[in-house]
Design a binder for this molecule. Structure first.
Ligand code: SIN
Ligand code: FE2
Length: 199
């Protein structure tokens, strides 16, 4: 996509059912919820996390936390198949030392979108971001280091993986509204799993 950023088409195709099953077990323990943004909005995308640190947003700001504010419990452990998958994808993309300590789940229903943003709440910006798409396809926007710069559009389908790091680590990115549809395995939604090394 850009220096340090790659799209691995269909990379998770063979493992998708197992990865989905792990994700379903996870959301049974730490339910998907709509976070509040510091600006006072409610996110249309529903989120949860697993691993030592989970992404949290509320009126005070964005941060990573060791506990799920919804349950008061530590986030569920990162399932082994998800951890191994993220390491495998990062290695394939040229980041062989990646060990994530956070996996965020984003569920998009038809019409849901994610505005252009940078992933910059992580302390360790040397590590890449590994993003796995499952279910309905979406249009991914990938730009440069300035919000107002040009963006490229890529179609992300079930099983596609995007990895961005190095000179692209702080690239602006977002997701256009997901079109309605019904995916044979995942149903009427898109699920994105994003792996990061936060600490
Ligand atoms: C994200 O930017 O955190 C998620 C991107 C995606 O859903 O593909
Ligand atoms: Fe992001």
């Amino acid at each position: 996509l850009a220096p340090g950023a790659v799209l691995l088409h269909g990379f998770a195709q063979a493992e998708a059912a197992a990865l989905l099953q792990a994700m379903e077990q996870l959301i049974a323990q730490a339910p998907l919820r709509h976070m509040q943004t510091p600006g006072g909005y409610t996110m249309s995308v529903a989120t949860t996390s697993c691993g030592p640190l989970g992404w949290v947003s509320d009126p005070h700001g964005y941060r990573y936390a060791a506990h799920d504010p919804h349950t008061g419990q530590p986030w569920p452990a990162m399932p082994d198949c998800l951890l191994r998958f993220a390491i495998y994808a990062a290695t394939e993309a040229g980041y062989p030392d990646f060990v994530p300590d956070s996996c965020m789940v984003n569920q998009y229903l038809p019409g849901n979108k994610l505005g252009l943003h940078q992933d910059r709440d992580e302390r360790d910006l040397r590590a890449p971001v590994v993003s796995l798409s499952l279910g309905l396809p979406a249009t991914f926007l990938f730009g440069g280091l300035q919000r107002t710069g040009p963006t490229q559009r890529y179609r992300l389908a079930h099983g596609d993986v995007v990895v961005w790091g190095g000179p692209s680590r702080l690239a602006f990115h977002g997701v256009l509204p997901v079109a309605d549809g019904d995916h044979a395995l995942v149903g009427r939604r898109r699920v994105n799993l994003t792996f990061r090394k936060v600490g």
